[in-house]
Structure formats: C-alpha cells, structure tokens
Design a protein around this ligand. Structure first.
Ligand code: HEC
Length: 153
C-alpha cells in the first residue's frame, strides 16, 4: 500500500515536471534563434539599402497603384487612405521624406507612447514594402518636384 502510494507520487512528480521540461526544451530551441536575430535589423537594413529601388522606380505608376491597394487593405484603418489619420503629421504635408526611413518603419514597426505600429516584414516581401514606400512617397507634398538628393541612390 505504502509502496503503491510512493510510486504514484513519483508519477505525480513526473507529470508535474512534464510542462517544465517542455518549457526548457522550447527555450533551448528558441533562445539561440533570438540571439541570431538580434543583429537582424542592422543586417536587414543594409540588405534593403543595397536593394533599394531607383527614384524612377519609386515613381513607377504601377508600383504606386500596387502600394495603394495594399495600403488601403492593411494600413488605412490606422492611417486613413491617404495617411491623414493618426497623431503625426499627415503624409500629404511631408517633404524630403527619406524612403529608407519609410521602409524601416514599415518593416520594423514603431511604438509611440500608447500607440504601436506592427512590423510588416514577416507579412510582405521587400518588393511589396518598397511598393508601399512608393505609395507613401507619392502622397507627400514634394512628390511632383524634381528628384532631389534625398531620393535613394
Ligand atoms: C495598428 C495601427 C497601425 C497600422 C495597421 C499601421 N500603422 Fe503605420 N504607424 C502607426 C503608429 C502608431 C505610428 C507611429 C506614429 C508616429 O510616428 O508618431 C506609425 C507610423 C508610420 C509611419 C511613419 C510616420 C512618420 O510620420 O514618420 C509610416 C510611413 C507608416 N506608419 C506606414 C504604415 C504602412 C505602410 C502600414 C501598412 C503596411 C501601416 N503604417 C500600418 C500605426 C499603424
């Protein structure tokens, strides 16, 4: 009788330890990946800069149209269809807006006080993000102006 009890309490322990072991296992798999991705934003920014489209490409009408479609579907409920929503300056009032900065905000998201913009780099390809950049840039006040040195090289 006593034996049976002690056996079952060992079993109990094993069952209680089960979830802990699982957590340890998951952590041991996940942690190296977290460490590996710590450098990812810098690496990603460098890669994105290398792949940045030309100023002409960013003004490509079909890129802007594709970007607009995606913006209306995924971004407009926070920003409004033309970036007029939110607490920051409306997109239409922006000038000299660095496309790399726009690319980085869309890729990595941003936290401003209680407001958070999610990161989109897992949802969209680099090309799709650049198309969003093309649309955002097309809204800005100096869009129709000449290509200046703030445009990507
Ligand atoms: C859940 C709400 C939300 C969604 C969805 C969202 N954003 Fe944002 N976005 C924010 C917030 C909050 C900020 C930070 C505001 C600030 O810069 O003060 C921001 C900032 C930005 C900025 C920088 C604005 C500036 O003035 O510097 C850009 C560009 C931008 N978002 C584009 C996008 C695009 C493109 C999408 C869709 C792929 C998107 N956002 C989806 C909430 C959102």
């Amino acid at each position: 009788m006593i034996r049976a009890l002690s056996k079952s309490s060992t079993l109990c322990k094993a069952i209680r330890l089960g979830p802990l072991m699982l957590v340890a296992l998951v952590l041991s798999i996940a942690l190296p990946q977290v460490a590996a991705t710590a450098d990812a934003p810098a690496a990603q920014a460098a890669a994105a800069a290398a792949n940045a489209p030309s100023p002409e490409q960013l003004r490509n009408a079909s890129w802007i149209a594709d970007g607009r479609l995606r913006f209306v579907q995924t971004c407009a409920y926070c920003h409004g269809t033309r970036g007029e929503g939110g607490k920051n300056k409306p997109f239409e009032e922006r000038t000299g807006w660095d496309p790399h900065e726009i690319f980085n905000v869309i890729s990595n998201g941003r936290i401003r006080g209680a407001n958070a913009m999610p990161s989109w780099k897992e949802s969209f390809s680099e090309r799709e993000i650049w198309q969003l950049v093309a649309y955002v840039k097309s809204l800005s006040a100096d869009f129709a102006g000449p290509i200046d040195d703030k445009s990507p090289k």
